[in-house]
Design a protein around this ligand. Sequence first.
Ligand code: NAD
Length: 251
Amino acid sequence: MEISFAGRAVIVTGGAGGFGAATSIAFAKAGAHVVVSDINVEGAAAVAEKLPSAIAVRTDVTDADSMRELMDRTVDEYGRLDVLVNNAGMPHPLTSVVDMGSADIDQQVAINFRSVVLGCKYALPYLQKQQESSVVNVASISARRPRPGSTVYCATKAAVESFTRGFAAEVAPQVRVNAVSPVIAETGFVKSAFGVDSLPDDTRKSMVDGIPMGRTADVEDVANAILYLASSKATFLTGVCLDVDGGRSIS
Ligand SMILES: NC(=O)c1ccc[n+]([C@@H]2O[C@H](COP(=O)([O-])OP(=O)(O)OC[C@H]3O[C@@H](n4cnc5c(N)ncnc54)[C@H](O)[C@@H]3O)[C@@H](O)[C@H]2O)c1
């Protein structure tokens, strides 16, 4: 399937690692100018410098001014914005809701959900100037298949799915808005949730037992789904939350 983003400008938030880095690379291979955005600007720069046409921008997705500046900087650099991938986000360390501080709850809402709203709000005027522009939000299959210990995180991702459908209806037909809902992948997410660099064997086994395809997600699984949803092969798709979950939702 030939997908081209030649000459088009794409923002990927949280682009320094994990799904965001793989997505930045996938768009670059398809010919896009890529804005690799992350609070970790050194990590974003390390990704951007390997791509043919890319810049790194320091962005804190929880900060409204920082998000607005990201959109403006992109248009200053490339003269346009065609695709926004709202990918940045992180889980809280596994814990019961009753043990979470209110500041930690607010932070989860800010980084996983409010960030998506801000991104859409500030990108929209630029996206509306282009043909076939779109947003892809990174939700999670945990929105519908929550696990104990990550309840607040899962609920923020359910909010992303709901927002995706609502905003898609609001801005159609000019701009498409879709989401991907991945299952567990061994990215920086594992450190944030479990406090270790890779999943303990027994934890991985119990998770994989619940995934009919018999493995965790690879970052490319998610990047490819995002690329497809943003592409000219998906011009009739909007408000879709695509499960990239190896069948976790049906197990
Ligand atoms: N890995 C998984 O199992 C999994 C599953 C479902 C959904 N997700 C979602 O995928 C997205 C990407 O996560 P990942 O798995 O690649 O994890 P990751 O930790 O590797 O990447 C997250 C990136 O977000 C950046 N970031 C953190 N706070 C930020 C902020 N305030 N502003 C801007 N950038 C910030 C980090 O620096 C990092 O580069 C997240 O939204 C996550 O919730 C992950």
